[in-house]
Design a protein around this ligand. Structure first.
Ligand SMILES: N[C@@H](CCC[C@H](N)C(=O)O)C(=O)O
Length: 302
């Protein structure tokens, strides 16, 4: 065990030290990486600029987002869920904005809760509160799976990228997604995602995560196989997006004329498996904790 993991939370030590030092853990799921901040009693004065500084890959720790680990009863956005879920995943994108849902975030958050002794696996899934409601997470075969609930396909819209205009499907996974299946003439690897794709701000007033999808070869254990890249709202291109994989799976199943099934979704950071039926959408994949430490917030924001 890396020294310090979970000790602070177990001993009731405050997350925010007198000297500005804050305990953190770094983790990722298929390369979608997060700084986890244990703050069980909601004492940490987190701001958009602190989150952006933590996520800065040169001047901070570096991450696609921050997961604050806070008791649901201690956070105004989650207190209504406190009877169902003890813990609230307070998710922030790397630019300091909030999001309602983060599928990989829930999986890494669950790994942290179990690894640090703050929670134990529960039959039927450990309940985790998010801004999109309570989801349930399970440890299976060393991976962590979360049921985000069935994705809702709500219509169509276009994305633009360079000189391309791409038709897309709008999918609600708790957070907004626009899934663009590429024509065979356009290579997924060739897309320039160093800048945000264009979209209609009237259709997406709070922004949107845009996924680009190409077919994959048949693989064992899945009904369908697709490959995707994503440009995330608030975090730019990431190596993986769990809720995006669920949105992509929903569109792949619809396009295959299916109402459910297992979809292998390859992202630049690895493979996620999404299993959809009428009542659930299980997102499964690896979730790892890779480092613990203490960060000096005063140095970060100087
Ligand atoms: N990477 C996440 C999604 C994070 C939130 C997203 N950027 C948004 O603003 O909605 C995932 O794994 O789902």
């Amino acid at each position: 065990m890396i020294p310090g993991r979970g000790e602070g939370a177990r001993r009731g030590r405050r997350s925010l030290g007198d000297d500005g030092g804050v305990r953190f853990t770094k983790g990722h799921g298929t390369g979608n990486d997060f700084v986890l901040l244990p703050d069980p009693d909601g004492q940490l004065g987190l701001t958009p600029s602190i989150v952006a500084a933590l996520c800065d890959r040169r001047r901070g720790i570096g991450a696609d987002g921050v997961l604050r680990v806070v008791r649901a009863a201690k956070h105004p956005d989650a207190v209504g869920y406190a009877g169902t879920a003890e813990w609230f995943m307070d998710y922030w994108n790397s630019d300091g904005s909030f999001a309602e849902m983060c599928g990989n975030g829930v999986r890494v958050f669950t790994r942290y809760l179990i690894s640090s002794g703050l929670a134990e696996p529960v039959d039927g899934g450990l309940p985790i509160a998010t801004r999109a409601g309570v989801v349930r997470a399970e440890v299976t075969d060393g991976q962590i799976a979360v049921d985000l609930g069935p994705p809702r396909i709500t219509g169509g819209a276009v994305a633009t990228l360079g000189g391309l205009t791409l038709a897309g499907t709008v999918v609600d996974c708790g957070n907004p997604h626009l899934v663009c299946v590429l024509p065979a003439s356009i290579a997924l690897a060739g897309l320039d995602l160093t800048r945000s794709p264009g979209f209609d701000p009237a259709a997406f007033p709070t922004g949107v995560n845009v996924e680009f999808v190409a077919p994959g070869e048949p693989v064992d254990g899945a009904d369908l196989h697709v490959r995707m890249r994503v440009y995330e709202r608030g975090s730019a291109e990431t190596l993986s997006c769990g809720s995006g994989a669920c949105a992509v799976a929903a569109v792949a199943l619809r396009d295959a004329g299916r109402t459910g099934g297992a979809v292998a979704v390859d992202v630049p950071g690895g493979r996620l498996t999404v299993t959809v039926d009428d009542e659930s959408c299980w997102l499964a994949g690896p979730a790892l904790l890779v480092a613990d430490g203490e960060v000096d917030l005063t140095a970060l924001t100087d």
